[in-house]
Each structure stands twice: as C-alpha cells, then as structure tokens.
Design a binder for this molecule. Sequence first.
Ligand SMILES: [Fe+2]
Ligand SMILES: [Fe+2]
Length: 197
Amino acid sequence: MHRLSPEDREIIKKILDVKGYDPDTFDPELLTTLEKNEEYRSLLYRHGGDILLDEKFTRLKEFIQHGNVTVYEHCIHVALCAIKLNRKLGIMARERELVRGALLHDYFLYDWHNADAPGNTHPKLHGFYHPGIALRNATRDFALSEREKDIIRKHMWPLTLNPPRCREAWVVCLADKYSSTLETLKLRKGKIRINYA
Ligand SMILES: [Fe+2]
Ligand SMILES: [Fe+2]
C-alpha cells in the first residue's frame, strides 16, 4: 500500500472536502493546463483514441453536464485528472484501463436535465441510476475489462453504496469529484473557453 505524504493527504483532503476549501487556492486553471499538456493528450489518444473518435461516443458532445461543459468535455477532464492523480500520488493504477474507464464513466447518453428526455428513466434519481445505465451502454458499444466496468459502476461512491474494488476505480471516483469541482469553479469565474464540439 502506498504511503501518503502530508502533501498527498492535503491534496486528497482538498478533493474530498469540497465545501471546505477556498476557491482562490484551488485553481480551476489546472484543467486548461492539463488540456494543453502534450504528454497527457498523447496518453489520452494512445489509450482511448478509438473511444474518443467513435461516432456513438461523440454523441456526448450533445449533452450538457453542467453549465456549458458538455459530457464529452467532462469525461476528458476526468481522464486527464485521473492520469495526474495516479502519477502524482504514485497509486500505480493501470493507465490504459484508467483512461478508458474514465472516458466511459458518464456514457449514459441522455439529457439528465430534461425529465422527458428519451433514456432519462429516473430523472429525480439520476445520481443513483446513471452509473448502471452508463455501464449498460458501454458494455453494448465497447469491449470492457472488469476494472473498466468497476470504474463506471462505482464512480458515484459514496452515493451508490458499494465501494470501488480496484485502485483504477478509486482514482476515477476521486478524479470525477475533483474535475466536477474544478469545472464548477471555472464556470463561476467565467473561465471555460475550450470547446470540443
Ligand atoms: Fe457520473
Ligand atoms: Fe462524471
């Protein structure tokens, strides 16, 4: 088990303690920095290029996650943050499965803001149900490993009760909360500029 340094613990605390931190010290520009990082971009395409270019996956550009961030952009953010957390904290998760699971973690394929949207079967309980729906869609459209399935199924923990069963799923679970927070902060500061559409 990897020993955490005080600095690592501070990072995890910041990620988990969303309400407790100061937005000015938790810089949403990190997302832009990650998006511009050549090494991270090439990792994204090496491990998940087929997913990113898949016609069905690019439908995620049609759906908004929050504010003006599409689900497609959000999934890229989560994959980039997962790579960073994995490397920075020395977690040694398998990078390929980490990236592929992160890209597909919100592959639920409906507008969750619209209660009448096709596919939005539990509009009031989207948080609970979308991991299962995303997993069903992803299993139908892509070949998934068991770790990739666990990533998708468990990414909403602790909202969904069963905890992740592999380190890849833990990293994406953290990366999802981290990215969503940064996206929200960035929106508040009016700093979202990149458009993948
Ligand atoms: Fe999600
Ligand atoms: Fe997400």
